[in-house]
Design a protein around this ligand. Structure first.
Ligand SMILES: Cc1cc2nc3c(=O)[nH]c(=O)nc-3n(C[C@H](O)[C@H](O)[C@H](O)COP(=O)(O)OP(=O)(O)OC[C@H]3O[C@@H](n4cnc5c(N)ncnc54)[C@H](O)[C@@H]3O)c2cc1C
Length: 400
């Protein structure tokens, strides 16, 4: 009997779940996303700084799904409600019944309400529209500097990144690299653009390995990024960022990467959640005591076998998706399943131009061009996989 699996969310986790479930011929799949595209957030740093284009960071989901020879149906709609008793996802026109459900709706920027003016005056990059606006702002600033014939530092522009985690650091480094390396072509006035990286924690990249932190710090200093750690933002207006210690910083624009919270769908689900609204699933990633409902990726709190919370990364979203697909197979076959057990294999931090720093399996530590090539190999392989599927879909459509 054909089993219908509904996957909500076409992000890193959702797409990996679809790829794995497609291997089972007795499974039909419906993918639902509120956006018509898959957004490659991990490449956002390069898009904002003008290194990548829109086609490098967004993939049309309908084209991608057509690569599965009509076994994967795509619905472009935001899911606001799920009826777990009736086993259906409630949509505007009709409800979609499921045998198995995978919730992979990710997370959004957490514009903390205790920082007055944060939401109104800063950009997030967890959604494509905001990254697009941010890129335009950055390009505008560069363009104005191109027109600036003065060589003096009279017109300083401060770009502020709030949050020195992986995404904040990558964005700061890439923008600083554009300004520093290309000031010969943009003009010396480009050096008036200052990049600030601010974090309340006492270090950049909190939670990451010492090697990565130290080498990232060195690279950022070389790129002239102003790092302010132990710095608490109190509030913002359209001209200044005000700090808890009474200081203030004039700024042109700010991107906030300081925190995430789970997607809005979680608020409609009556189940245990943590402070950032992530669902807390059981050890097999099921929620609501239902063996046919799974939640994975950034929208859930996932722990390793020692009980440590795993960071919300594309890597963990993909690993949890592979696990869920295999567990669904076991459930269909009425076989025993096992607890999810994963850890972070390694992280590479892109640090502007052809430079990166990273650690792999705790033992391999690399920096510079080699690390950049390794990071590039990982992201290119991911992109290549998506494109391959799209090309198959394109050929299918021409045949029909
Ligand atoms: C700048 C930046 C750099 C990063 N770098 C790295 C990195 O180097 N390595 C790494 O591993 N991770 C990195 N990450 C983190 C990584 O991008 C996330 O952890 C990952 O996207 C999580 O995958 P996900 O599938 O859980 O959610 P997402 O990829 O966010 O996908 C969620 C999907 O669900 C959809 N959706 C949400 N709500 C609904 C709804 N109600 N109805 C229908 N659809 C819905 C969304 O439109 C989206 O397509 C980075 C993040 C950023 C922002």
């Amino acid at each position: 009997m054909i089993q219908h699996v509904v996957v909500i969310g076409g992000g890193y986790g959702g797409l990996r779940a679809v790829e794995f479930l497609y291997k089972y011929e007795d499974v039909s799949i419906t993918l639902i996303d509120k956006n018509p595209y898959h957004y490659l957030q991990t490449e956002a740093y390069g898009y904002i700084a003008g290194r990548f284009d829109m086609h490098d960071i967004a993939i049309n989901l309908s084209s991608w799904c057509s690569g599965f020879k009509e076994r994967v149906n795509f619905i472009h709609e935001e899911v606001k409600d799920i009826d777990f008793e009736k086993q259906c996802v409630c949509l505007n026109k009709n409800d979609i019944n499921y045998d198995y459900l995978v919730i992979a709706t990710g997370a959004q920027t957490n514009f903390f309400s205790f920082i007055d003016g944060l939401k109104e005056h800063s950009y997030g990059i967890k959604n494509l529209q905001r990254a697009y606006n941010f890129r335009q702002k950055f390009e505008n600033i560069i363009y104005k500097k191109l027109l600036d014939t003065k060589d003096s530092h009279v017109d300083e522009i401060n770009i502020v990144i709030g949050g020195a985690g992986l995404s904040g650091v990558e964005i700061a480094a890439e923008m600083a690299h554009v300004i520093q390396v290309h000031s010969k072509t943009i003009g010396n006035a480009a050096k008036d653009i200052k990049i600030y990286l601010i974090d309340a924690s006492d270090t950049i990249l909190p939670g990451m390995g010492r090697y990565t932190i130290l080498n990232t710090q060195k690279r950022l200093q070389k790129l002239d990024v102003k790092i302010l750690t132990n710095t608490f933002i109190n509030n913002l207006d359209n001209l200044f960022i005000y700090f808890k210690d009474g200081q203030k910083l004039p700024y042109s624009f700010m991107v906030f990467t300081g925190g995430i919270k789970a997607s809005d769908l979680n608020s409609s689900i009556d189940y245990t959640k943590n402070k950032i609204e992530q669902l807390i699933p059981d050890s097999e990633l099921n929620i609501k005591d239902k063996k046919n409902v799974f939640a994975l990726g950034d929208c859930v709190e996932i722990r390793d076998k020692n009980g440590n919370i795993l960071p919300p990364t594309a890597q963990i979203a993909e690993k949890s998706a592979e696990y869920v697909a295999k567990t669904i197979r076991k459930r269909i076959d009425k076989e025993n399943s096992f607890a999810f057990n994963a850890n972070v294999s390694g992280v590479f931090v892109a640090l502007g131009g052809n430079y990166a720093v990273g650690e792999l399996f705790k033992y391999i530590k690399v920096k510079g061009y080699t690390a950049y090539l390794l990071k590039k190999a990982i992201t290119s392989a991911y992109h290549f996989g998506l494109r391959l599927r799209i090309n198959t879909g394109f050929k299918n459509r021409i045949k029909n």
